[in-house]
Design a protein around this ligand. Structure first.
Ligand code: NAD
Length: 481
């Protein structure tokens, strides 16, 4: 099997990088490959590099790791480039949210109908979108045959932008569809007996096919709704696949919204904290309420801190093993996602369920496997334009991505009332970015149910453009003045 070079941009996202590293170690067909970890944050990069090299050594995998702060080093001669970077980090998103809320835009101007996910900024995220295009252009120049794997959000706008502005091979990935497994368990369905399909756009996918042992499995879901849904309670803020919001959307659209699609509902479910609690459950009101998102931020912060501490522990104790970590840090990682995650990472039988490394394996080795990918539509969903990136199931092998026929078709309501309005907002974000046209962002806000006056629109835009990190965005958008 030919060894490949994989560049990971934004590699300091510790859990994500370790998932990829452990998946690679559990994929012997990719042994001999090299991985370049790239990040601008030295401390995070160092921590991930330490853990990755330690992990490979401990499990006896044959992989070479490098670390760099230089983008070109991660791209040059790469066969695959995975982008998980978040330019400006969560801090930037929170500052924009704060400014927006000061002017009456609850949860920020980027929270929009069918896009309520709190780290999925599309209008005020100039630096992130610009980075996507910069990476794509560098791949075009330095390693034109490489695949670009988009993991950073917004995956929908990002993958559409990259595939429209460059000639590189690109696909976007999200793990949202995994929420289906939780639903199959609740309905007591054996996973390998379910014949299912999802289709739509990223964070807007719908269960168009749901068959169990040859029969319509929606009947089982209907029975659960009838008999058991009133007892439903979320286990954590993201646990919403069978929430009242999901069921209500299912009743309106005729098929079930899947994964993050449940979060991406209309203002009816998101107007304020009280409304969110009603539809996404107490006490958090879902992942995107002020309470749910705080929970997520704190969890991410703890994971980053613990990762750094574990890395330091290995530097100070070079002979220590991953199995020592659990005992030494037990107090700190108790009740923390990292503990479960670490156990899974160390288990030779379990892969992370992220699709990136299995996708690379299928492309390199020809091993046919099914993935949920974000790729240009090109007729897959006939009612949607060809150059819009859709999220659909596909079989992947060494000849590329072969999308499945979407059968049965998505209901008309999903296409007309959900996907088309969401696609319109993607088009507005992409056009505003490409043309530097502030009027498109203003137009979006004039139509926003939270807008009371033109002055409100002018002021919120002015203050967001005045942030120091938005100097370039400001010039780009106001150049015509
Ligand atoms: P994070 O801030 O913890 O990690 C992002 C990393 O990017 C940091 O280490 C940061 O230093 C680095 N970075 C910032 N600017 C950079 C640059 N110019 N070049 C290289 N690296 C840079 O964020 P996170 O919570 O881990 O999320 C990362 C991204 O992944 C976000 O866009 C998030 O929305 C997305 N995400 C995607 C999925 C999915 O399934 N596709 C799931 C969760 C999160």
């Amino acid at each position: 099997m030919p060894a490949v070079k994989i560049g990971i941009i934004g590699a300091g996202s510790a859990i994500f990088s370790l998932r990829l590293v452990s998946d690679l170690c559990k994929t012997p067909s990719l042994y001999g490959s090299s991985v370049v970890l790239m990040d601008i944050d030295e401390e995070r990069l160092e921590a991930v590099y330490t853990l990755a090299t330690k992990y490979v050594e401990e499990v006896g995998g044959n992989l070479k790791f490098e670390k760099t702060k230089n983008l070109e080093d991660a791209i040059k001669e790469a066969d695959f480039v995975i982008n998980t970077a978040m330019v400006g980090g969560h801090n930037y998103l929170e500052r924009v949210r704060q400014i927006s809320e000061k002017y009456g835009y609850y949860r920020g101007i980027d929270a929009q109908e069918f896009n309520m996910v709190s780290d999925y900024y599309t209008f005020s995220n100039y630096n992130q979108l610009k980075y996507f295009v910069e990476i794509a252009k560098k791949i075009e120049k330095l390693s034109p045959k490489a695949w670009y794997l988009q993991a950073a959000n917004p995956v929908f706008e990002g993958t559409t932008l990259v595939t429209r502005t460059s000639s590189i091979k690109a696909a976007g990935f999200c793990h949202g569809h995994l929420a289906l497994k939780e639903m199959f368990d609740t309905l007591e369905l054996e996973h390998d007996k379910v014949d299912w399909q999802v289709a739509g756009v990223n964070h807007g996918i719908w269960l168009n096919r749901f068959i169990y042992e040859g029969k319509n499995a929606y009947e089982k879901l209907n029975a659960w709704i009838e008999e058991k849904s009133h007892d439903w309670k979320p286990l954590h803020p993201f646990n919403d696949q069978l929430s009242p919001a999901a069921i209500d959307m299912y009743k309106f659209y005729g098929v079930l919204p899947v994964g993050d699609t449940v979060r991406n509902s209309s203002w009816r479910y998101h107007k304020n904290l009280e409304t969110k609690k009603k539809w996404y459950g107490e006490p958090w009101g879902g992942a995107d309420s002020e309470i749910g998102w705080k929970w997520y931020q704190e969890t991410l912060g703890q994971i980053t801190d613990i990762t750094k501490k574990i890395a330091k522990f290995f530097i100070d104790n070079p002979k220590a093993k991953f199995s020592d970590v659990k005992g030494i840090f037990s107090q700190e990682i108790q009740d923390n996602e990292l503990l479960q995650e670490m156990e899974r990472i160390l288990d030779p039988e379990q892969k992370s369920e992220e699709q990136h490394i299995p996708f690379i394996e299928s492309i390199v080795s020809g091993k046919k496997e099914r993935f949920i990918v974000n790729i240009p539509n090109k007729g897959i969903i006939p009612e949607i334009e060809n150059n819009v990136v859709v999220e659909v199931p596909a079989v992947v092998d060494n000849e590329g991505i072969h999308p499945e026929k979407i059968e049965p078709k998505l209901p008309e309501r999903v296409i007309k009332y959900y996907l088309k309005p969401r696609i319109m907002r993607m088009e507005m974000a992409v056009e505003a970015f490409l043309k530097g046209d502030i009027n498109i962002i203003k137009e979006l806000l004039y139509r926003d149910p939270r807008t009371q006056s033109e002055e409100q629109v002018e002021k919120v835009i002015e203050e967001i453009l005045s942030l120091p990190e938005n100097e370039e965005m400001r010039k780009h958008y106001l150049k015509k003045k």
